[in-house]
Design a protein around this ligand. Structure first.
Ligand SMILES: NC(=O)c1ccc[n+]([C@@H]2O[C@H](COP(=O)([O-])OP(=O)(O)OC[C@H]3O[C@@H](n4cnc5c(N)ncnc54)[C@H](OP(=O)(O)O)[C@@H]3O)[C@@H](O)[C@H]2O)c1
Length: 325
């Protein structure tokens, strides 16, 4: 809806003006690329995109000049240094410094150059290691973090707090969304440092192609995990840009738990690997359960649409067509 009461046309609704300049940072990553697909699908025509090599977001002067010149109306911050336990343990300085630099530069420059609304993306690792399950938003900062990724988590918590502080001090519309484990097109299928779902997909695919008789997976398969297709996350991001302007960050999950065993069986079926799946129970299992409480988002009116099976079919299709075998 357009409001011209102050002589200046402003739009109360994110979706109202499809020509609005929307800056999506990290647009070649798993999350950013899904957000770009979604925005294009619903008709946005003026997307402002920069690759890492075109604009290094850790460089304050460059970020400042970019925002001063481009003056986007909306910003979605999906650029970050991300990685698994091994990468976090090996490069703790990079994980804390690069993420703090990216988000501080982007949030502050966005505010100072007139961005109407910004959405910051974090992750479920912000919550304490022993948070209640499912994890509600108010569990933030109630206990010690998981030590293996605390560098990353501390940076992400600072991002949430920065959005809150700018809202309180300046009345600026900055919000934060905390997604659960995501998967989908453009995921990282690297043989050593990918998340559980793409790692399983790659292993079953390679076993199928090589005619292997079995695939051995670490652990018992009993831990419970939650997965959300990245297209659902992108839909939730648009929903939050449109409908939410609160102080508290918002969890974004599917609300559905599966055991790693159920997940592995489903990936095996989708890939079409006909050999045996063997569990090596001498290897560690990891946290027994990790589920986000996404009831706040449900109460706001958003629900996920992509089933795990359909999401896996879509992801495998992308993998076969795009990942160098
Ligand atoms: N994947 C998940 O399961 C998951 C779950 C919850 C939350 N999230 C959150 O979603 C956000 C995006 O994650 P993702 O999985 O999409 O990660 P991703 O696939 O690695 O994408 C991150 C993007 O950020 C860009 N980037 C990194 N450093 C940059 C810099 N200094 N300047 C400019 N661009 C830079 C990367 O470009 P280059 O590759 O060229 O460096 C890449 O395009 C993160 O905040 C993450 O915490 C992800």
């Amino acid at each position: 809806m357009a409001d011209t009461s102050n002589g200046k046309t402003t739009f109360s609704s994110f979706r109202a003006d499809k020509t609005a300049k929307i800056c999506v940072l990290g647009h070649r990553g798993l999350v950013g690329s899904a957000i770009v697909r979604k925005l294009r699908e619903i008709g946005f025509t003026n997307l402002l995109l920069r690759t890492h090599s075109e604009l290094d977001l850790t460089r304050q002067n460059d970020v400042e000049s970019f925002f001063a010149f481009e003056k986007p109306r909306f910003v979605i911050l999906a650029a970050a240094k991300v990685g698994g336990i091994h990468a976090n343990n090996t490069y703790p300085a990079d994980f804390i410094a690069i993420n703090l630099q990216i988000q501080t530069n982007v949030i502050d420059s966005s505010y100072r150059h007139g961005v109407q609304k910004l959405l910051f993306l974090g992750s479920s690792c912000i919550y304490p290691k022993f948070a209640p399950q499912p994890i509600p938003e108010h569990a933030l900062l109630t206990g010690p973090l998981e030590p293996t990724n605390e560098w990353y988590a501390v940076a992400k918590i600072a991002g949430i707090k920065m959005c809150q502080a700018y809202r309180i001090q300046y009345g600026w519309d900055a919000i934060s969304a905390m997604p659960t484990n995501l998967y989908g097109p453009n995921d990282n299928f690297h043989p050593e440092n990918s998340h559980v779902l793409p790692a399983l997909m790659r292993r079953f695919h390679e076993a199928k192609v090589n005619g292997a008789k079995e695939v051995v997976v670490w652990g018992t398969g009993s831990p419970l995990r939650e997965f959300l297709h990245v297209d659902d996350l992108a839909d939730a991001v648009v929903f939050l840009m449109e409908s939410y302007s609160g102080l508290v960050h918002v969890n974004v999950g599917s609300g559905k738990e599966v055991t790693i065993k159920e997940l592995a069986e489903l990936v095996k079926e989708v890939v079409g690997f006909e050999g045996q799946l063997i569990w090596d129970s001498s290897k560690p299992d990891g946290t027994p359960r990790k589920l986000m409480d996404s009831s706040k988002l449900a109460e706001l009116g958003w629900t996920p649409k992509v089933s795990l099976k359909d999401g896996l079919v879509d992801t495998y299709k992308w993998y076969v067509e795009n990942v160098k075998q």
